[in-house]
Design a protein around this ligand. Sequence first.
Ligand code: SPV
Ligand code: MN
Length: 624
Amino acid sequence: MSNNIKELLEQRLDKDNLKKLTAINNIKMHKFIADAIEFTRPASVFVCNDSDEDLLYIRNRAIESGEEKALAIDGHTCHFDGFYDQARDKANTKYLLAKGKDLGASLNSTDKEEGTKEVLGFLKDSMVGREMLVCFFCLGPANSEFSIACVQITDSPYVAHSECLLYRPGYEQFKSIGDSPDFFRFLHSEGELEALVSKNIEKRRVYIDLDENIVYSANTQYGGNTIGLKKLALRLAINKASREGWLAEHMFVMGVHGPKDRVTYFTGAFPSACGKTSTSMLPGQTIVGDDIAYLRKKGGEIRCVNVESGIFGIIRDVNADDDPVIYEALTNPGEIIFGNVLVTDDGKPHWLGMGCELPTEGTNYSGKWHKGKTDDKGNEISPSHKNARYTVRISDLSNRDENLNNPEGVPLGAIIYGGRDSDTLVPVEQAFDWTEGIVGKGAMLESETTAATLGAEGVRTFNIMSNMDFVSLPLGRYIQNNLDFAQGVDRPPLIFSVNYFLRDKDGKYLNGMLDKLVWVLWAELRVHGDVDAIETPTGLIPGYEDLAELFKRELNEDFTKENYAEQFAIRVPKLLAKIDRIEEIYKTKVPDTPQVVYDVFKTQRTRLNAAKEKLGEYISPFDL
Ligand code: SPV
Ligand code: MN
């Protein structure tokens, strides 16, 4: 260790914490911490070595600091983010780009020198009078080809506590990498607080340095902006994966349980708040992860892991009928953090769609709340926020998959891409092959915006592979990486699109919450060639009889021919308009679009026009 670093750490850490830190022999990590101490000037530094004692210390700090309040049920706490800090801030999340580097017009970036100066300006002296927490985590299972060691510095015990639930411990992993410089670094300060929430929201920044594998986050508390290992690390990982020939995706990983105890692993990419977690939690199936997956090729197959060990899930509409496993966990003792829900004086959390009448007063993200309370624009404040969340360990859930921590990952049988689409795509469709799947399903994905990011809701937006907010390389390169990924794979996974959000002409949803179980189980049968399918201009859809059987057996519902005809109608004008819209985006914004993308648009257009000639604009699946 260089003398300066050593001296500084010796001066600023007490004996115990110094011992914990120096037990990891990594100069680059020591320097990162020494620099951060010098820069943010905390009153004290705590180093977490993942012992039960240290984990308890962090949890207690979250409560003592007031960032979390203990609730009535043992192990439950609640945290509030500021009124204007309830979602990911896309506008202020930027890549720091050195002169001459370009990620393309679709990605938000800023000049590296200026941006670094700006964010460091906000972080300077930010921890004066506060405690700095230094935690180590591992992305992916420990001791595996997938593992990435990470160090998180934060002054928010809520952020540190959340990460202790959401990520695998990394202190030992860090020791095992020795002096390797190959790890991710996160520096977060919530900045000045007022009534326990970040005060200077106009100075909220999340700046990403891809060359250094560092993310800086300032003046914010909301998890998506602060929890380094979540979306901040995903942005770093996508870039790293591109350099190393694997994929980092915004995907769940689940075990789909087919006939005779057969388990087929699926990943699913959905934009935030579009049914990703609820798909991975479907009854009778097992969960590996609900948000982020790493995929690698090994021995002729694709294997994948959950990067995380917990769920930071949307709590809205979690109730005993629709999400029984999560509901059970949220209503029983266990370590859970509720975020931005409504809390009543008896210490009980309440949220939208929990399946009962909500109280008319309590405490929420606006402070003391009563029904009818309005914000400064006169809009009524909802009892709990639409993007209110819960944080829980997957190992505490009854439906955890037995391969949750398998260092080899699980073999991938199928990928599903889903978005919020009221009028175009059928509920489920298999792509003809890998290329049409990556282009026609993943790279054409659109979704209506939700409360998971700041800004207007319900606006149809291009969202490539559901990963648009996190892609950290030129989009054409990203598509090419996905296309190339199937090379050398003996049986590439099947690719499907799903759409849970179709509506009729009166705006009513055409599907029930659990219908997705049928789509997923049908896809599982397709992976094994157990059912036939009907060809459409854009892929393969289920036959009526097969769906009717699954609806009866799984949901005890009669799926009528009318339901089928309405949901699975091929809406040719809508599909053609979608191709036009997406093609325009690639032509104008993505100069490095691979030619094959345009080729797929062309063949799909030709097939759609031919079908229109023969069968009309809105084609019943019974006519195919
Ligand atoms: C998402 O918004 O996609 C999430 C939650 O999974 S966040 O941590 O905000 O990214
Ligand atoms: Mn997500």
